[in-house]
Design a binder for this molecule. Structure first.
Ligand SMILES: NC(=O)C1=CN([C@@H]2O[C@H](COP(=O)(O)OP(=O)(O)OC[C@H]3O[C@@H](n4cnc5c(N)ncnc54)[C@H](O)[C@@H]3O)[C@@H](O)[C@H]2O)C=CC1
Ligand SMILES: CC(=O)[C@H](N)C(=O)O
Length: 358
């Protein structure tokens, strides 16, 4: 499988052309850049646009090492004035808005979920209107709900989610479309499935089991899953996710026939994932099931999503399936567990330290 760096998103020739015509690359602010997806998005953007053109931001302190990779600023998306100052001071053209409270965390703290996901997004969108910015803010399969058709869920269908996360993401989608239509804000969004990554820990979602299982397999060869064995959900490996996000971010306006797109890469259940771990890692790997409140969330989400408009309009074309995800996750995480003297999950640095050829 291809490593992220060699995938279709890195046409350096195009960047060179842009530079030779005198157009400077866009300056991008990434919010929530220390989250599960943010750090990979930042490094991908920097490889393409130049380190100094991508400002990473979060309300947490970057780990040692992360700090030196390019500009980082503290930015609370709830503080509109501070956010505006960053946008003005850094000459920002595009905002990749990754700050969010995910599904399980949102049910644990609904007030925080509403605040960050709704007010934080409104701040970003309003500043985009004032300063003429392009905004990419991911949505999720969690924007669907219990009455949505579960198989091959289309872009346009019943959307009545019953989680704070889902409700706030539907609000985001509709408000983004409204600002696009009324004020010409270039808003773009994708409904991600569960995203699997070895590089940073997941941030409190219902699909976190599909990352935790690899850590548990390598650490103690057994895992207790918080979802039932047959719970099928759409998933994607982070490389496909970031490639697709870059494709949508850079797509010409005229290619877009809508502002929010489903994206689907593969789908599996916990028992299917455990079988694959047994096949590739250890025949003795044991899994048991202790469903908690996250089962109730997963039960309202699609089993598979239809994503033809994303493929047609801007080239969504995931290449990493379930077997490859298991192979990549085991290969990336195993050295860190072997090297980790202390018990428990290895540090983020240890996890990121061992690049593997995918
Ligand atoms: N990881 C996944 O499986 C999926 C993620 N998404 C979406 O992708 C985006 C990124 O998700 P992840 O990286 O997984 O989330 P995460 O939970 O790992 O990271 C979110 C980041 O937002 C930051 N944050 C929280 N409150 C903030 C505030 N007030 N101001 C600024 N930053 C704040 C957190 O410190 C954290 O670093 C989110 O919009 C999420 O809804 C959508 C579907 C699937
Ligand atoms: C699918 C998502 O949006 C996220 N991973 C979550 O489980 O909350």
């Amino acid at each position: 499988m291809l490593p992220l760096k060699s995938l279709r998103i890195m046409p350096r020739a195009a960047l060179a052309r842009q530079l030779s015509t005198g157009a400077r690359p866009p300056r991008v602010l990434v919010t929530g850049s220390l989250g599960q997806l943010g750090s990979t998005m930042v490094s991908t953007l920097r490889a393409k646009l130049g380190q100094e053109n991508v400002v990473a931001s979060d309300i947490r302190k970057p780990a040692r090492g992360q700090r030196d990779l390019g500009p980082f600023v503290y930015a609370d998306v709830l503080n509109r004035r501070a956010l505006e100052q960053i946008i003005v001071d850094h000459g920002i053209d595009w905002v990749v808005h990754f700050s969010a409270i995910l599904s399980a965390a949102g049910e644990r703290n609904p007030a925080l979920g509403l605040d960050v996901n709704i007010n934080g997004f409104q701040n970003v969108l309003e500043l985009a209107r004032i300063h003429g910015l392009r905004v990419l803010s991911p949505s999720t399969m969690g924007a669907f709900g219990p009455t949505t058709p579960k198989d091959m869920t289309p872009d346009l269908t019943i959307m009545r989610p019953n989680t704070i996360y889902g409700i706030s993401k539907v609000h985001m989608e509709l408000l983004g479309e409204y600002y696009c239509e009324k004020f010409g804000v270039d808003f773009r969004s994708l409904r991600y499935p569960g995203i699997i990554s070895a590089d940073s820990p997941p941030g409190g979602g219902t699909t976190d089991y599909a990352i935790d299982i690899f850590h548990a397999a390598l650490k103690q060869n057994r895992y207790t899953c918080f979802l039932r064995p047959e719970t099928r959900l759409p998933m994607a490996y982070i490389d496909d996710c970031i490639v697709g996000t870059m494709q949508l971010l850079e797509a010409p306006q005229e290619a877009l026939t809508q502002r929010v797109y489903n994206v689907h890469a593969c789908d599996f259940s916990p028992e299917e994932l455990a079988d694959e771990v047994r096949r590739q890692h250890s025949a003795d790997f044991a899994i048991d099931y202790c469903p908690d409140f996250r089962q109730g969330i997963a039960d309202t989400w699609p089993r598979t999503m239809a994503d033809e408009p994303a493929r047609r309009d801007w080239g969504w074309n995931p290449v990493i399936g379930t077997t490859d995800i298991v192979r990549i996750m085991l290969a990336k995480l195993a050295p860190a567990y072997r090297a980790s003297a202390a018990p428990g999950r290895p540090t983020d640095e240890a996890l990121g330290a061992e690049p593997v050829a995918l």
